[in-house]
Structures are given as structure tokens and as C-alpha cells.
Design a protein around this ligand. Structure first.
Ligand code: 13P
Length: 258
């Protein structure tokens, strides 16, 4: 019996059309049966969310937004509030994805405010953290990851952080086909969990830590078998039913203790 339920999340990023998102959502709905022992969440582009929500409503599949504003409402052109996501039935939201940190210049402090907004609406934020290749080469991985987590701890405390999930996504592994080895992922996840345990041992043991970065059906089993890896945040391999199911099948197998 696993202490933490595995979570497989699909980040569709800026891909697809209403038509393709609709068939992907329907395809997953029929491929993933009810009563599974792991959780599945999809993160479609904002404009596809209402349709995906409509398709998945009342099912065992959950959905969320890829980002959220740090503000609750007002003159923030182009932004989407946590309340708006909640209204669409979202239970989840990504916060601080490396692409938003990089292209959108989102700072640790801004990401922490987004995390707090999500919590304020009862959404479960997935805090994405990770180092660049250069940072890993210069042995800064742990310092970078802890600074990303610490900003959220400062904003919402360990109890707040514990209401979300952390996704470790090494920037050098995202969309590159270069996956962290299961051992590399475990090493960072163990670092995160042991540092959280200093703040609160129970929260540290309960909190789900996902791995993301070129995760697919071929490497998911090795990654998810690691003691501190509780599932994956999947990009490229979440865009077809077949590829995503290849990952889900590994989670299914492990959740049954096979
Ligand atoms: P890839 O799986 O395409 O590397 O993307 C990972 C990711 O960024 C998920 O959020």
C-alpha cells in the first residue's frame, strides 16, 4: 500500500484545437476506467478549459489551469483569476512552470502569490520547481530548488504549501528528450522531502512530489517506482491518448503493487 496516491498530470501547454482537445478529453475518459488507484489531472489551454470541463464533468478525471493571476480581480488585462478557474470546475492549477518563469519572467515571489491565490479559492496548486543545465553543472540545484520552495513557504507557510503538490521539472529535461534518471529524480525529491520534514514531518510525508521532463511510457515505471516520486507532470507525452495511457498504465500497475 503506497503512502501517497500516484498522480499523473498532463500539461497540454499551447497545443491543439477545440476539436483535438475535445477528442483527447473524450478518449481519456473512455480509456481510463473509474475506480482507478491513482489520480489523473489534465491542464488544457485556458480557451479549451470550458469544453474540457464539460466533457469531464462528473467523471473521475480532474482538470486545471496552466497558470493563474497573482491578483483576485481588476485591471489585469489578459490574466485569469483563481475564482474564474474555480467557476469552471477546476480543482488544480499550475504555478511557476519553468516556461512561465522564463518567458513570463515570473519571479519566485510572484509565483508564491499565485500559489496563495489558488489556495484562497480552494484550488490545489502544483508548484513547479527546477534548475537549468548551467545551475546543475555548477552544483546549484539544491539551492535553486529550495529558493523556489522557500518563497512559497514565506507566503503561505508549510501548512499552505502542504495543500498543494510540488513538481520537480529540471529545465534541461523539458521537451528535450533528456530525462533525469530515476536516481537523479529521487535524489532531488528526497532532498525536497527531507527539507520539508524539518518544517513539518507529517506534511512532508503526505505531500506528493511529481517528476516532469520528458517523462513517457518508457521511463515512467522506473521514475514512479522511486520512493519519493509520486507521479509525473507530463508534457509531450500527454498530447495523445495512446502516449498518455502508456504513462497511466505504469501508474495503474504500481498502484496495484504489481
Ligand atoms: P515534456 O514532458 O514535454 O518534457 O514537458 C514536461 C513539462 O514541462 C510538463 O509540465
Amino acid at each position: 500500500m503506497l503512502v501517497r496516491k500516484l498522480l499523473v498530470a498532463g500539461n497540454w501547454k499551447m497545443n491543439g484545437s477545440i476539436q483535438s482537445a475535445s477528442s483527447l478529453a473524450s478518449g481519456l475518459l473512455s480509456a481510463i476506467r473509474d475506480g482507478i488507484g491513482y489520480d489523473v489531472v489534465v491542464f488544457p489551454p485556458f480557451v479549451h478549459l470550458p469544453m474540457v470541463a464539460h466533457r469531464l464533468q462528473g467523471s473521475h478525471l480532474q482538470w486545471g489551469g496552466q497558470n493563474v493571476s497573482a491578483h483576485s480581480k481588476g485591471a489585469f488585462t489578459s490574466e485569469i483569476s483563481a475564482g474564474m478557474l474555480k467557476e469552471l470546475g477546476c480543482q488544480w492549477v499550475l504555478a511557476g512552470h519553468s516556461e512561465c518563469r522564463h518567458y513570463g519572467q515570473e519571479s519566485n515571489e510572484l509565483v508564491a502569490k499565485k500559489f496563495a491565490q489558488a489556495l484562497g479559492q480552494g484550488l490545489m496548486p502544483v508548484l513547479c520547481v527546477g534548475e537549468t543545465y548551467e545551475q546543475r553543472e555548477s552544483a546549484e540545484t539544491e539551492a535553486i530548488i529550495w529558493s523556489q520552495i522557500d518563497a512559497v513557504l514565506t507566503e503561505v507557510g508549510v501548512a499552505g504549501l502542504g495543500q498543494g503538490v510540488i513538481a520537480y521539472e529540471p529545465v534541461w529535461a523539458i521537451g528535450t528528450g533528456l530525462t533525469a534518471t530515476a536516481e537523479q529524480a529521487q535524489e532531488v525529491h528526497q532532498f525536497i522531502r527531507s527539507h520539508l520534514a524539518v518544517k513539518d514531518d507529517i506534511i512532508a510525508r503526505r505531500m506528493r512530489l511529481l517528476y516532469g521532463g520528458s517523462c513517457n511510457g518508457s521511463n515512467a515505471e522506473a521514475l514512479f517506482s522511486m520512493p519519493d516520486v509520486d507521479g509525473g507532470l507530463i508534457g509531450g507525452a500527454s498530447l495523445t491518448v495512446e502516449d498518455f495511457m502508456a504513462v497511466c498504465q505504469k501508474a495503474d500497475k504500481l498502484s496495484k503493487g504489481e
